[in-house]
Ligand binder design. Structure first.
Ligand SMILES: [Zn+2]
Length: 235
């Protein structure tokens, strides 16, 4: 994981790397990267790979067989090229704020209503959280968002660290998504909002809660009998 630079420094915007493989003139693997690959409810980064002053736009980033693959929209990169990667920071930073906000909200939903989270998709304009709650209660949801905003004002520092899988799995609530078990690896990355939430998570997060800004309710929907969907944004 030491070549997945985004895992240890989510604020890294630019990096130097060497092209390790090129497939079909558009799928690029680098020896290191800070481009986040789609996963865990967080969309991929976009940006550019620069080689000899030539820019290769990165339009998709995915993880395949443990390797981060960057899809570029222009051919020409070759194995062994020394490149600079630059991510679209505005997009990424929005995802970081949305993602930490999701952990905060999910921990409150979980604690206050003991609901199970069934899905979570972060996006630039709005993020959705799906959960099972028998009776849809708009007042409750508005109250939880208010609680989250009150906690944000405490400006708690978010911690990221690694634990052996065995120890991590003993933490109550370390996995909050009903259907998502962490990857089958020996070491799990933990994202902790001290006093509020601990989760096994591979996403990128802000360092301090105040960076989230204010969480705003967008809309709520019923998705079947027990399934509720809430959309929020951050300002
Ligand atoms: Zn997460």
């Amino acid at each position: 994981m030491e070549n997945a630079l985004y895992m240890n420094d989510s604020y890294l915007k630019e990096f130097e790397a060497v092209v390790e493989s090129v497939k079909e003139d558009k799928y690029i693997v680098l020896d290191r990267t800070c481009f986040y690959p789609v996963g865990g409810g967080q969309p991929h980064d976009t940006g550019v790979i620069i080689c000899n002053d030539e820019e290769y736009p990165v339009v998709y980033v995915g993880k395949f067989s443990g390797q981060v693959s960057h899809e570029v929209s222009k051919p020409g990169l070759k194995v062994g090229d020394n490149v600079i990667g630059k991510i679209n920071w505005n997009r990424r930073y929005k995802f970081m704020r949305m993602h930490t906000a999701a952990h905060l909200l999910i921990s409150i939903f979980n604690r206050e209503s003991n609901v199970l989270i069934t899905g979570n998709q972060i996006d630039e304009d709005k993020t959705r959280i799906d959960f099972n709650m028998e009776n849809f209660d708009r007042d409750k949801i508005m109250k939880y968002i208010q609680d989250a905003n009150d906690i944000i004002k405490q400006d708690i520092h978010v911690k990221t660290y690694y634990l052996p899988r065995e120890d991590a799995m003993k933490i109550p609530g370390v996995v909050k998504l009903a259907a998502a078990l962490p990857p089958n690896v020996d070491t799990l990355r933990i994202v902790e909002i001290p006093g509020i939430d601990v989760q096994a998570d591979g996403g990128t997060h802000v360092k301090r809660l105040a960076e989230i800004g204010t969480i705003e309710f967008v809309k709520a929907e019923n998705k079947g009998k027990d399934n509720r969907r809430v959309y929020y944004t951050v300002r």
